[in-house]
Design a protein around this ligand. Structure first.
Ligand code: PEP
Length: 250
């Protein structure tokens, strides 16, 4: 049985004091024991507040990026050890906004991912096709390529620390959600790619999330799909009652 993981991606939203208030609000909407694992991926400047306010709760803290070098002349970047020492457990890598606006490539995604694991972080790695790629009928090729390159050099043992998020680019922040059939099929394709690399036992144990305009209204149907083991949620994770409804839809 795979666990269900619901992660909020706050993107560039919330100051530290706003982060504290939102986490307090989320906690009020959650039970002491939740079936799903819950993560909030916050901006770097919110990490200290998030760690403080999630203490003793079911909520874990994630960051939204990490550099591939352990230290050095990389102005504006942040290393895995800096995140770990700050109390961060997870990091999102390869989000489509990083690929689209900040020159992230399949190769740098792989470099960041292996550095994150080496530094002691767990990873949520994002893959997904653009609208043109879906319309051109190459969705499977794109997500298989992104998955295989992202996982290059990752050991079978380390696959326990990896969550893969299928995020069709055309569904992120657009209000357009993939149908449950489209999302389930793509997550199944990713699982098959993992099986081709690591065998079916590891593929069956790998958590694969869907992300792209998941909200309180559509979460239940998406999360009921066989190959969807959770959600990576942007906009709806900034509203405590909506985020809690998604968590309770598992
Ligand atoms: C995301 O940022 O990963 C995301 C899925 O955003 P949204 O839920 O707003 O589409």
């Amino acid at each position: 049985m795979r666990k269900t993981v619901i992660a909020g991606n706050w993107k560039m939203n919330k100051t530290a004091s706003e982060a504290a208030a939102l986490i307090e609000d989320i906690k009020k909407n959650l039970n002491a024991e939740e079936k799903a694992e819950v993560i909030v991926c916050v901006p770097f400047t919110d990490i200290a507040a998030a760690v403080e306010h999630t203490k003793g709760s079911v909520i874990k803290v994630g960051a939204q990026n990490v550099h591939f070098a352990p230290s050095g002349a990389f102005t504006g970047e942040i290393s895995a050890s800096m995140l770990v020492e700050a109390g961060v457990e997870y990091v999102i890598i390869g989000h489509s906004e990083r690929r689209q606006y900040f020159g992230e490539t399949d190769q740098t995604v792989n470099q960041r991912l292996t550095a994150a694991l080496a530094g002691g972080l767990k990873v949520i790695v994002c893959v997904g096709e653009s609208l043109d790629e879906r319309e051109d009928g190459v969705t499977s090729e794109i997500i298989v390529r992104q998955t295989k390159i992202a996982l290059k050099g990752v050991s079978a043992e380390d696959m326990k620390k990896i969550i893969i998020a299928y995020e069709p680019v055309w569904a992120i922040g657009t209000g357009k959600t993939a149908t449950s059939e489209q999302a389930d099929e793509a997550c199944g394709t990713i699982r098959a790619a993992v099986a081709s690399l690591y065998g079916s036992e590891i593929a069956e144990a790998t958590v694969i999330q869907y992300g792209g305009s998941m909200n309180a209204g559509n979460a239940k149907e998406l999360l009921a799909c066989e190959n969807i083991d959770g959600g990576l949620i942007g906009g709806a994770s900034l509203k405590a009652p909506d985020f809690a409804t998604i968590i309770h839809s598992c």
